[in-house]
Design a protein around this ligand. Structure first.
Ligand SMILES: *[C@@H]1O[C@H](CO)[C@@H](O)[C@H](O)[C@H]1NC(C)=O
Ligand SMILES: *[C@@H]1O[C@H](CO)[C@@H](O)[C@H](O)[C@H]1NC(C)=O
Ligand SMILES: *[C@@H]1O[C@H](CO)[C@@H](O)[C@H](O)[C@H]1NC(C)=O
Ligand SMILES: *[C@@H]1O[C@H](CO)[C@@H](O)[C@H](O)[C@H]1NC(C)=O
Ligand SMILES: *[C@@H]1O[C@H](CO)[C@@H](O)[C@H](O)[C@H]1NC(C)=O
Ligand SMILES: *[C@@H]1O[C@H](CO)[C@@H](O)[C@H](O)[C@H]1NC(C)=O
Ligand SMILES: *[C@@H]1O[C@H](CO)[C@@H](O)[C@H](O)[C@H]1NC(C)=O
Ligand SMILES: *[C@@H]1O[C@H](CO)[C@@H](O)[C@H](O)[C@H]1NC(C)=O
Length: 670
């Protein structure tokens, strides 16, 4: 059986407790299950499928004039202080060579540009390389054809048939070299499936090679999914995980695997999917105190939804994206999804430990066609990121499965050769946009990250408040962002889709001191995120600039920047900002609140290499099939019963399972 068929047929045997059954999942193209009669209507790459959904009906409870009365001090309920780098990215380890570059001397130019846009606003960017494929990753001396990573299909293990991922240290040099161009700081994962002994090669090498740019090392990925994946005995629980971490630390010490001692101060746990365990169950083992000296961050992983049936399960039970669309446009649903973390973020503040959302995105198992690739996801991403910041997370990462989720990892993209990029930034800027058609599709979620960087800014001092406005509709969340207690920016989402403009909202902002003296400025600056409808794909604009539609972006914003000035009412001492339905506005309450150029100096990188199109359809089994999202499919969707511990936790939108999302995808030229 060739790799293609092997990848397409995933033999998965369920856990003992569920009965000895073997389930064969034929993996379907991502477009299937959408459109008429569940037939795919588009035969190209999933990310470029033009299918659009119908916008949901207009809610009838929209408060069209929204009072936002802000105080210059003494406001209660603000979040902890947040950084501009709050929203980062998570890259599934097996697709690093597509997202970051081919090797340490062939770096993806669009990636550099996309990260440069973020550092310009935030000062730095957090990127995590990991996911399920980190769990059996093995460092090898070399790979055929000079590759930096490769699936070892000869050595599949476990009931999930996960092929080990072989990689060379050049992957780590690639990461380090990226940081020489843009201020990216990294998270990596330690393989945790095998514990006797642990494979600590990555600990030693990452510290040596990535050095100060290494933020932390993930000690296991979703250990609460290990039993359901068949990687641990049924009795495995939070105490066992605690013990494993102790074994790990002992081994690192006895083998001197961390000569600088730095890596062992920067671990991240427990990284659970809150599927089989709650975070409280882990905290109650004394985890945080026991490893206080070793843990730099605590983290969990969660997606709002999954699309696993359409990909692997019973197609007749596939979720119709049309039915899900409206859910992404309701503020209180996003808030409800994060409610389970509030106890944790309160608890961890008492321990002085930051808490991260290590993986999230619109939906696992590839996302939803018409949602994950449309304007709705950009609006959702902003609201969700702001809500996580308000909920006292200290950062979150949108997970990228990359095109290799569906397409072969050997596919060649638009790389830059290091010699090409050794121009000074000013020289690069003088070069014309090398190719009109190159680069990659910039997914909508990138706009969310860009805006979040701008909303937080680089002060490390921004505090977020989800404004409690009486009578406010669930379709129009409004946030204020404070620095040193002073309101600096207002972020407004209008989820309503109404081309008639009858549901454009007017947000009436005033500022005052606590004694009631109004300090409303004479004018405010406003940047809009705009598209004609929530289902529009491509051509989204942020302050008039766009990353274009498919095939159009090399990661640099195109077009003239358009920042609106709103003149305030001097008598009423109010500034009225209109936000179209749909749309998003970021209001800067003073000139010093503008953050676009307050991070690190802008740098751009020009593309010089053309991309080749090679459409070799294979699945990346470890990304898709063994993701917990798909394991959910194995148990829930393939007709077996769920484990009791999971059963109560899978209702409604709070599906705690999933790993993968519609990646940001390398675009192709012919
Ligand atoms: C990276 O790949 C390019 C193109 O295949 C090759 O020329 C170069 O030598 C490689 N670099 C390393 C460090 O392997
Ligand atoms: C993995 O596969 C290689 C052949 O590609 C084989 O030599 C090796 O023994 C296998 N390793 C294990 C642990 O099975
Ligand atoms: C990039 O990585 C290579 C190793 O392949 C190394 O020789 C080179 O110095 C690195 N370049 C930068 C700019 O760090
Ligand atoms: C909150 O977390 C603490 C620490 O784990 C735990 O003791 C407490 O029971 C939790 N409270 C709730 C309501 O879950
Ligand atoms: C976030 O933390 C701050 C500071 O401890 C607290 O006042 C606030 O209530 C917390 N927010 C939420 C939503 O729990
Ligand atoms: C990817 O495709 C190439 C040919 O296009 C093939 O040689 C290689 O084995 C494939 N790799 C995988 C992992 O399927
Ligand atoms: C913000 O924090 C980062 C480290 O996370 C630091 O490098 C940067 O200098 C800080 N910025 C300010 C303005 O303090
Ligand atoms: C995006 O805009 C360009 C230029 O205006 C147009 O040619 C293209 O059709 C638009 N694409 C979409 C998806 O709206």
């Amino acid at each position: 059986m060739g790799p293609l068929r092997q990848a397409l047929l995933l033999a998965l045997s369920a856990h003992n407790a569920l009965g000895e059954i073997t389930v064969y999942h034929a993996q379907r193209p991502m477009t299937t299950g959408v459109g008429s009669a569940g037939l795919p209507t588009h035969t190209g790459l999933p990310a470029y499928d033009p299918t659009t959904l119908n916008p949901p009906p207009i809610p009838n409870d929209i408060m069209k004039t929204i009072p936002v009365n802000l105080l210059n001090s003494g406001t209660a309920g603000l979040s902890i202080k947040q950084k501009g780098s709050f929203m980062g990215f998570s890259v599934e380890m097996s697709v690093t060579n597509q997202v970051l570059g081919k090797n340490s001397t062939h770096i993806q130019v669009p990636f550099l540009n996309l990260m440069a846009n973020l550092q310009q606003r935030a000062g730095s960017v957090m990127v995590r390389v990991g996911g399920n494929t980190q769990e059996s990753a093995k460092m090898v001396d070399s790979l055929p054809d000079g590759r930096i990573l490769m699936k070892d299909l000869e050595n599949v293990t476990g009931t999930t048939q996960t092929p080990p991922l072989d990689y060379t240290t050049d992957l780590l040099y690639l990461m380090r070299n990226v940081s020489s161009f843009v201020n990216v700081h990294w998270f990596l994962g330690i393989p945790w499936l095998k514990t006797k002994p642990f494979d600590t090669a990555i600990v030693t090498a990452a510290d040596l090679i990535i050095g100060d740019y290494l933020l932390g090392l993930q000690a296991s990925n979703e250990p609460d999914m290990y039993v359901i994946h068949g990687h641990r005995p049924e009795t495995y629980g939070p105490f066992d995980y605690l013990g494993e971490l102790s074994d790990f630390l002992g081994q690192v010490t006895s083998t001197n695997a961390d000569p600088t001692g730095r890596a062992m101060k920067n671990l991240i746990g427990p990284n659970i999917a809150t599927f089989a365990w709650t975070l409280e169950q882990v905290w109650d083992t004394g985890f945080v105190d026991t490893y206080n000296a070793n843990l730099a961050y605590l983290a969990a992983e969660k997606y709002p939804n999954h699309n696993c049936n359409a990909r692997f399960g019973d197609i007749t039970k596939a979720i119709n994206p049309q039915n899900e669309l409206a859910n992404y446009l309701v503020h209180s649903r996003h808030k409800a999804l994060l409610a389970e973390y509030l106890n944790t973020t309160t608890y961890l503040q008492t321990k002085n430990k930051p808490f991260l959302m290590f993986e999230t995105n619109t939906a696992s198992c590839g996302g939803f066609l018409g949602i994950s690739d449309a304007f709705v996801s950009a609006l959702w991403g902003i609201d969700y990121a702001l809500q996580m910041a308000y909920s006292n997370f200290s950062g979150a990462m949108f997970h990228l499965g990359g095109q290799s989720v569906y397409y072969n990892a050997s596919f060649s993209a638009s790389y830059i050769s290091l010699s090409d990029s050794l121009f000074s930034p000013s020289q690069l800027r003088r070069q014309t946009r090398a190719l009109s058609i190159n680069g990659r599709l910039v997914l909508c979620i990138y706009y969310s990250a860009l805006i979040m960087a701008e909303a937080m800014g680089p002060s490390n001092n921004s505090q977020v408040l989800d404004l409690p406005i009486e009578g406010l509709s669930d379709s129009t969340p409004v946030y204020a962002i404070y620095e040193n207690g002073v309101p600096k920016r207002v972020a407004i989402v209008n989820y309503v889709n109404d081309p008639s403009h009858a549901n454009d909202i007017s947000v009436v902002i005033s500022l005052a001191n606590q004694d009631g003296t109004k300090t409303t400025p004479a004018s405010v600056k406003v940047k809009y995120l705009a598209a004609a409808s929530v289902v529009q794909k491509g051509n989204i604009t942020w302050a008039g600039q766009t990353f274009g539609g498919n095939f159009e972006s090399d990661g640099r914003p195109m077009g003239q920047e358009d920042i609106k000035t709103v003149t305030c009412d001097g008598n009423a001492k109010t500034c009225t900002v209109v936000v179209p339905a749909p749309g998003f506005a970021l209001v800067f309450l003073s000139d010093d609140a503008m953050t676009e150029d307050k991070g690190l100096p802008s740098t751009t990188f020009a593309t010089t290499a053309k991309t080749k199109f090679r459409n070799t359809v294979t699945v990346d089994p470890a990304v898709l099939a063994t993701s917990n999202g798909n394991k959910f499919a194995d148990h829930e969707l393939a007709g077996t019963s769920r484990p009791p511990s999971a059963a109560s936790r899978t209702a409604g939108v709070s599906v705690a399972v999933v790993t993968l999302l519609l990646g940001w995808v390398v675009a192709l030229t012919l």
